[in-house]
Structure formats: C-alpha cells, structure tokens
Design a protein around this ligand. Structure first.
Ligand code: HIF
Length: 288
C-alpha cells in the first residue's frame, strides 16, 4: 500500500476496494461488516441533544466499542488498520464512514455521496448513554423510536433497512444466525422481494433468540429475518415502502443513496463550502 498526499481520498478509496476481497472471512468479503461499522459509528446520534454520531470515532474506546451492540465490529476496524497506517492523515471517523460507502458501491450498490472532514477529537462532557443502537428482537415502535431520534421518517427507515441485503448474523455476536438473502455480498433489492414475497415462519434458536426463517426453494438455503425486519412488513405505514422497493430497484437505490449519506452526516456541521465547523466541539465523544 503506497503512502498518499493528505486529501487524496481517491487513493484511500482504491485501497479500501482492494481489501474487500477476504477469502478467509465471511462469504469471502469484508464489505458487509464495513457497512455495519459505518452505520454503527453514526447511529448513536440523538437530534434533540445533538450528541453521538460519527464525529469522534468513539468506538475506538471501551465505553462505545464495548457496547454489546457493537460486538464483531472489531473485525471491521482491524481490516482498516493497514489503510490508516498507509494514509495516516485520514481520521478514523472519515475512514470508517468512507469504507462503508466504498463497500456499498463495490458490492453493486449505488454511489453514496460522501464528504470528508470528521474529527477524531473527543470531548467526554456529553457522553451519550449506552443503548442508542437498535435491538433486533423488538418491533416497529422500537424501530421508530430509534430512527425518529436520529431525525429519519418512515420512508427513510425502510430505505435504510435495505442494507440488510448485505452480510449475516452471527450467534457469537448478536445471538441471531444466518443471512437475509442468498447472495449477501451483492447489494440489491432482494431483501424487499423476500420480505414481501415469501412466507416467513418464526422459530426459537437454541440460545433462546427468536427470528424468522424461510427455506429457499432453489438453493435449499435457510434465510432469515430479524423481528425488526418483519416489523417493516407487519406495519401498515412501513409496508407500502417495502412493496415499492421490491418492485422498483432504481428508486430503492436512489433513496438508499440519499438516506445513507444523511446517516453518515448526522451531527456534522458544515459551512457553505462543505468544511466541517464543529471539529473542536464534538459532543458525545469519548476519550481514552
Ligand atoms: Fe443491521 N444488524 N440492524 N443495519 N446490519 C446486523 C447486521 C448488519 C439491526 C440489527 C442487526 C441497519 C439496521 C439495523 C447491517 C447494516 C445495517 C445484525 C447481525 C443485527 C442483529 C450482527 C451479527 O450478529 O454479526 C437492527 C435491529 C437495525 C434497525 C432496524 C441499517 C439498516 C439496515 C441502518 C444498516 O445499514 C449490515 C451490513 C449487517 C451485516 C454485518 C455482517 O457482519 O455481515
């Protein structure tokens, strides 16, 4: 990996793309877990108190990194260490969010607009309480409470959830098990097609976790949905968006691109030129 000039984000993008192929890791790809890292770095945001969000890269520290909701994300952070070593000028907060958008696009998804400037500076004067990330065992009320807190509406929530087309659940991380779709390293609207198109049955795993399953007729593979995924289908206000995205991949891609960018911008303040203005005033970060 060659060193780069500060600000050469294209060089960083190329190196992220090159590390996505990981034959020894899940489904041969680091992509899905990098998308999850980007989302969890941003998804602690609380609009009312303006705390949390990707500024500060708080997951480097035990208080946030050790939240059980973040179990497994150390793999994503370790994948990115060589990139940070080669391009030491990039902040972790920028690197983690950039890796998510590079991974989405490299796996066949839309280009997501991404702006740099996040800081790794942390200020512990306004620590967000633990428990800001969603619990997959719950229902529509919980999903709304979490995402309304960040400032998203129902349409945006459903569009975002299409990211569960990627990756899988691990019994040693969340306690849930399996992938949502047959090809979990290819970004598509398959998640919505399955949610709306096949019959899901509920089951309890040996560890007591409840999830939904469907045996794919062609591959005979067992696919899964979390209770929070099924909630999109059971809820009268969410369901029309699931149906729309199942039928219209282009609209899903366009909406996903907008909403994933919005997620990664939560808590980042910019001036008219796009420069981040709250780099020395991060609320809700942590220090070691
Ligand atoms: Fe996930 N998510 N997510 N998620 N998520 C898991 C895995 C991934 C929720 C729960 C889980 C979003 C919303 C929610 C990804 C991306 C996004 C897992 C499995 C759980 C339990 C973790 C494990 O065991 O390894 C809940 C309850 C959400 C609110 C509805 C976002 C929209 C879908 C915001 C989002 O982008 C990705 C990618 C993965 C796969 C990670 C992997 O390691 O493969």
């Amino acid at each position: 990996m060659a060193k780069s000039t500060p600000g050469d984000y294209d060089a960083v993008r190329e190196d992220i793309k090159a590390l996505l192929h990981q034959p020894e890791y899940d489904d041969g790809s680091a992509g899905p877990v990098l998308v999850r890292l980007a989302w969890h770095s941003a998804g602690t945001y609380d609009a009312e108190t303006d705390t949390g969000g990707s500024n500060g890269a708080g997951m480097r520290y035990e208080a946030e990194g050790g939240d059980p909701a973040n179990a497994g994300l150390q793999h994503a952070r370790v994948f990115l260490e060589p990139i940070k070593a080669a391009h030491s000028w990039i902040t972790y907060a920028d690197l983690w969010t950039l890796a998510g958008v590079v991974a989405v696009e490299a796996m066949g998804g839309p280009a997501v607009p991404w702006q740099p400037g996040r800081t790794d500076y942390v200020d512990d004067s306004k620590l967000p309480p633990p428990g800001r990330l969603p619990d997959g065992a719950l229902g529509a009320d919980h999903v709304r409470a979490i995402f309304y807190r960040m400032g998203f509406n129902d349409q945006e929530i459903v569009a975002l959830c299409g990211a569960h087309n990627l990756g899988r659940c691990h019994s040693d991380r969340s306690g849930f098990e399996g992938a949502w779709v047959n090809n979990p390293t290819r970004f598509s609207n398959q998640y919505f097609k399955l949610l709306s198109g096949v019959e899901w049955k509920e089951k309890t795993l040996e560890n007591g976790m409840r999830q939904f399953y469907y045996i794919d007729e062609d591959s005979e593979e067992e696919l899964m949905m979390l209770p929070t995924d099924m909630a999109l289908w059971f809820d009268d206000k969410f369901r029309p968006y699931v149906e729309k995205y199942a039928k219209d991949k282009d609209t899903f891609f366009a909406d996903f691109s907008k909403v994933f960018n919005k997620l990664l911008e939560l808590g980042i303040e910019r001036d008219a030129s796009g420069r981040v203005t709250n780099t020395d005033n991060v609320k809700g970060g942590y220090h070691s």
